[in-house]
Design a protein around this ligand. Structure first.
Ligand SMILES: Cc1cc2nc3c(=O)[nH]c(=O)nc-3n(C[C@H](O)[C@H](O)[C@H](O)COP(=O)(O)O)c2cc1C
Length: 227
């Protein structure tokens, strides 16, 4: 026989569960307009500093650091459902533009970023609807290294992957940062210019999408009037 105390406890658990589900739902609906995916081996390093300098000039922009969302390498047997990958790609699906941010580690993207890119293979099968939702969004790259220019082979994997997913490639901001952990006045200036570039590329992309939609509606109307 249960007493009143058990029953109250039972109700409290139900209300608690519902409150948590509601809070989770609200969190899932909250979307950032511009999402940066940062793949540095440290939280407050050069790439984080440069990304912050760009994002200070953008509204409704969020930086997601891959080291806060442990992601396991690509698995042909798909045994990695419970890692951080899905949380990040759901955010990508809701954003209008994606900014990848990676230091140059051994002439290429960081290991954290490469694991994330390998996992994007899941967007072509297991999470295909999310993959398709990326089409038409703009993608950009922020990079830091010790050399004046990024290696020539650094940007293409980002640009090619974005294009493969039917995203619009918006280009890269690369800065040599050396051992400096804070952007200089010159890099603040370049960061601001890149933020302006992101805004105008997004506006151009939105206009292109609208024109395509209008053209399609006109074609559909013509087609149905001919029938
Ligand atoms: C593992 C590792 C590999 C690196 N490889 C290169 C490289 O190939 N070329 C280069 O110019 N700098 C290289 N660097 C320097 C970093 O690109 C540079 O310091 C960068 O700004 C670090 O960004 P972070 O603070 O976000 O890690 C390397 C640094 C590390 C830790």
């Amino acid at each position: 026989m249960h007493d009143a105390g058990d029953y109250v406890e039972h109700l409290r658990r139900i209300f608690d569960r519902r409150r948590k589900q509601k809070a989770k739902g609200a969190d899932d609906r909250r979307a950032s307009r511009i999402l940066a995916i940062l793949g540095s081996a440290r939280h407050n390093g050069n790439t984080a500093a440069l990304t912050d300098a760009v994002f200070q000039n953008l509204d409704n922009a969020e930086v997601v650091n891959l080291i806060d969302y442990p992601i396991s390498p690509y698995d042909y047997e798909k045994k990695n459902r419970r890692d951080g990958f899905l949380k990040i790609v759901k955010k990508m699906a809701k954003a209008e533009a994606i900014v990848f941010a990676s230091p140059v580690y051994w002439y290429t993207m960081s290991g954290q970023m490469k694991i994330f890119f390998d996992r994007m293979t899941d967007l072509t099968d297991r999470y295909k609807p999310i993959g398709r939702s990326l089409a038409g969004k703009s993608a950009f790259l922020i990079a830091t290294s010790n050399t004046q220019d990024a290696p020539p082979s650094f940007e293409p994997p980002f640009a090619d992957t974005a294009r493969y997913l039917d995203m619009r490639w918006g280009g890269m901001l690369h800065l040599p940062m050396g051992n400096r952990l804070a952007p200089t006045e010159k890099s603040q200036h370049l960061a601001k210019a890149f933020a302006r570039h992101i805004e105008s590329a997004m506006a151009a992309s939105a206009e292109k999408t609208l024109n395509c939609q209008q053209r399609k509606t006109e074609q559909d109307t013509q087609h149905s009037s001919q029938i």
